[in-house]
Design a protein. Structure first.
Length: 368
């Protein structure tokens, strides 16, 4: 069995008594206290997450924009500097290889943040796709920096105050002007890339830095954020938070067998040439993504069968008893054309349970 990778914050996690788990080959904190307490902290105050297992791949050079345009369903070359965008990488047949966030850092410099489980795949695909292109102005270089970098998130209603406290006085003005899905460079003891992005449905920030700076930033954040209710949070609460916010998780809502149309993400696809583009027009929509809400406390889990009038129509992709809303919620992959408000039957551990088709996200906070 391969030895698990460890982030630069592994000692902090152990000192804080985290329960560690194998996640995509990394030893990651599942929780520090209780899932509900950590979930509530993010909804009411703030939570601090180590996300250093996420892939950080730099794409640089005169051909960087063209290489990304040819690889992704969006057009990163058309982004403003300092912008971030959610996007997809497809296979030749239109199936989803990964969902990612692309940050444009400079004219010829981009950062791709991919799922930990798909790090090597995304790196190799970006490299291979760049190698097939002709670059009249110069090539693109693809560099996987994951093992030398750290990524952490501060999420929750008090996140802005906490991040402001981390910054030197001269840089707090940058925070005031940092809109949603924007990124800038700041200093917290050393250089830090600060992005207003997240995976919780809350106001929040993600901080990227050299691995050597991670412990200092983590400890400083916990100290400064203590009076604002900041606590360390693990992957378990991150999953329930993202599910309340209706956010997809690769391997659950997204997979190699599904196209953007099958998961409600067709609107991401732009009108340009990229790998998988040709297949999308020929590929019929087989599925759609739905929200479901229930009553009581029994939660449907991934894989539970869903039926309507005795006919199988799909399955649950993610489900939980919502700590915030206090009723069961789920995302489901079902046949297209089912209306909101439709009651469906879900097989929850051998017992039929009625859930109702509902719009999602189930929870949202107004962003300012």
């Amino acid at each position: 069995m391969a030895e698990l990778l460890e982030t630069a914050l592994i000692n902090q996690h152990r000192e804080l008594g985290a329960s560690l788990t194998d996640f995509a080959g990394w030893s990651m904190p599942l929780r520090y206290s209780s899932d509900r307490a950590e979930h509530a902290a993010v909804r009411k105050h703030a939570g601090l997450f180590d996300l250093s297992h996420m892939a950080q791949i730099e794409v640089e050079g005169p051909g960087a924009g063209a290489a990304l345009d040819a690889s992704l369903v969006t057009q990163p070359s058309q982004m403003e500097i300092g912008r971030a965008r959610y996007t997809l990488m497809l296979a030749q047949d239109g199936g989803i290889l990964d969902d990612l966030i692309v940050y444009r850092l400079a004219v010829d410099s981009y950062l791709v943040v991919a799922n930990a489980s798909n790090r090597l795949l995304v790196r190799d695909e970006l490299t291979a796709r760049a190698d097939t292109l002709e670059f009249p102005d110069g090539r693109a270089s693809i560099t996987d920096t994951t093992l030398h970098r750290a990524l952490m998130a501060i999420q929750g209603p008090r996140s802005k105050e906490i991040v402001s406290g981390l910054l030197p006085d001269r840089e707090r003005e940058l925070l005031e002007g940092l809109g949603y899905y924007r990124v800038c460079d700041v200093h917290i003891g050393g250089p830090v890339r600060l992005a207003r992005t997240g995976y919780t449905g809350e106001t929040g920030y993600e901080l990227m830095m050299p691995a050597t700076s991670a412990a200092q930033v983590w400890n400083k954040a916990l100290t400064i954020g203590k009076d604002d209710g900041l606590i360390p949070c693990g992957l378990a609460s991150r999953d329930t938070l993202r599910l309340e916010a209706g956010m997809a998780l690769y391997g659950h809502e997204l997979s190699r067998d599904l196209s953007p149309k099958d998961v409600g993400l067709a609107s991401l696809v732009k009108d340009h040439q990229f790998v998988g583009r040709g297949a999308l027009g020929e590929r019929p929509q087989e599925w759609d993504q739905y929200g479901l809400v229930g009553q009581g406390r029994r939660a449907a889990r991934a894989g539970c069968a869903v039926s309507l009038d005795g006919e199988s129509i799909g399955q649950i992709t993610s489900g939980v008893f919502s700590p915030t809303l206090e009723f069961p919620i789920a995302l489901a992959r079902m046949r297209p054309g089912i209306s909101d408000g439709t009651p469906v039957d879900v097989d929850v551990r051998g017992k039929s349970q009625t859930m109702t088709v509902s719009p999602f996200p189930f929870y949202s906070r107004t962003r300012h």
